[in-house]
Design a protein around this ligand. Structure first.
Ligand SMILES: NC(=O)c1ccc[n+]([C@@H]2O[C@H](COP(=O)([O-])OP(=O)(O)OC[C@H]3O[C@@H](n4cnc5c(N)ncnc54)[C@H](O)[C@@H]3O)[C@@H](O)[C@H]2O)c1
Length: 342
């Protein structure tokens, strides 16, 4: 039995679909708090077909974790507060889930004899890098709340490896794109705004660089780390698909046949890292090979949102609207365009 924490979110739900399609694991349990970012719509068909079980619970609450984790062989932890912009509005849930939650989960896993665990972390823990790539041996220098909390969570996992012999390893993946990503995040925000003929808010000059990985490439890396990763091992997961935010926006507008006049350059967010890049040699030495190049990853992601309007219309809820106004309304007004559809 495997527990996928945060399995109703973006990467976690893709991992659940990946497990069902690519492995023979008999019992899959999703433990998820169902925050704004989690939705049962993301795992609707396996839930309806009885292929997975769902428990609503919080990884930072001991009782929730204890009751779910008993009799479990493996844990993959995706549960996190994951949006940098939200961390600027309120850091508390980031500390609660990403640090305390990771610690409680790791302790419970060790106490309940869990055999294997992967803790899904991020390349953002290293901080930004203008040239070259981060190796796992380098020090962590997170520059904002989300990656700082993720770095804290990593320490809790490594402490459980040392103190209790937990067989856990850590992956540090680059920026993911693909199906079921909450529309607050960059690619789905740009695609759905473009489909609605709304302006696309681009932070600063749009020259920030990200390595964009299709979520299924991330899922296959996590599975290999679960099967073959060393206890206490750190694994960068990058794909050499670097591009600027502006390149991604231009690509989206071109694919959707929408005008470049929808682009708006808005005031940047504070602590916005300019570039991330990781050296994934160790992950590749475990036998991992990504499948999607940059354009394939972008195109298949964009096309999914075009085909699944029902999904993103549901996700662009009233809460989404409130968040969108709080973050973008003033910035868009300063850039000469309010938040309403063009
Ligand atoms: N999105 C990326 O580009 C990316 C890249 C590298 C690593 N990661 C990491 O991968 C993981 C998943 O990211 P994502 O983009 O899918 O995030 P997401 O925000 O889409 O999903 C997070 C999920 O965790 C759940 N959750 C939040 N707090 C919880 C709690 N206390 N207890 C139980 N469940 C809780 C949410 O309901 C949601 O379903 C995160 O740990 C993130 O740091 C993300």
């Amino acid at each position: 039995m495997i527990i996928v924490t945060g399995g109703a979110g973006f990467i976690g739900s893709n991992y659940v679909h990946y497990l069902l399609a690519s492995t023979n694991i008999e019992r899959i349990v999703v433990l998820d708090k169902l925050t704004y970012a989690g939705s049962l719509d993301n795992i609707r068909s396996p839930l309806t077909n009885g292929q997975i079980e769902f428990i609503q619970g919080d990884i930072s609450v001991e009782e929730d974790v204890e009751s779910a984790i008993r009799h479990c062989d493996a844990v993959v932890n995706f549960a996190a507060e994951s949006h940098n912009d939200r961390a600027l509005l309120d850091p508390s849930p980031f500390i609660e889930t990403n640090v305390k939650g990771a610690g409680i989960l790791a302790y419970a896993a060790a106490q309940n004899g869990v055999k294997r665990m992967v803790h899904v972390s991020t390349d953002e823990v290293y901080g930004e890098i203008r040239e070259g790539s981060f190796h796992e041996s380098l020090a962590l220098r997170p520059r904002s709340t989300y990656p700082a909390a993720k770095a804290g969570g990593e320490m809790m996992i490594l402490a459980a490896v040392e103190s209790f012999g937990l067989e856990a390893c850590i992956t540090r993946g680059v920026n993911n794109i693909g199906p079921y990503q909450h529309p607050e995040k960059a690619l789905p925000l740009f695609v759905t705004n473009a489909l609605l003929d709304m302006p696309l808010p681009i932070y600063g000059t749009g020259q920030q660089v990200r390595d964009r990985m299709h979520v299924l490439d991330h899922c296959s890396a996590i599975q290999i780390a679960l099967e073959r990763g060393e206890p206490g091992g750190l694994y960068n997961v990058g794909v050499d698909n670097e591009c600027t935010n502006e390149y991604m926006v231009d690509h989206i507008l071109q694919r959707l046949n929408k005008p470049k006049s929808l682009k708006r350059y808005i005031e940047d967010r504070t602590g916005h890292d300019f570039r991330y890049s990781v050296d994934s040699t160790r992950m590749r030495e475990l036998g991992w090979e990504p499948q999607y190049d940059l354009n394939a990853a972008l195109n298949s992601s964009i096309d999914w949102y075009v085909k699944n309007e029902w999904w993103w219309r549901e996700a662009r809820s009233e809460e989404f609207e409130n968040y969108y106004k709080e973050v973008y309304q003033d910035r868009l007004s300063q850039a000469g365009q309010d938040h309403t559809p063009a």
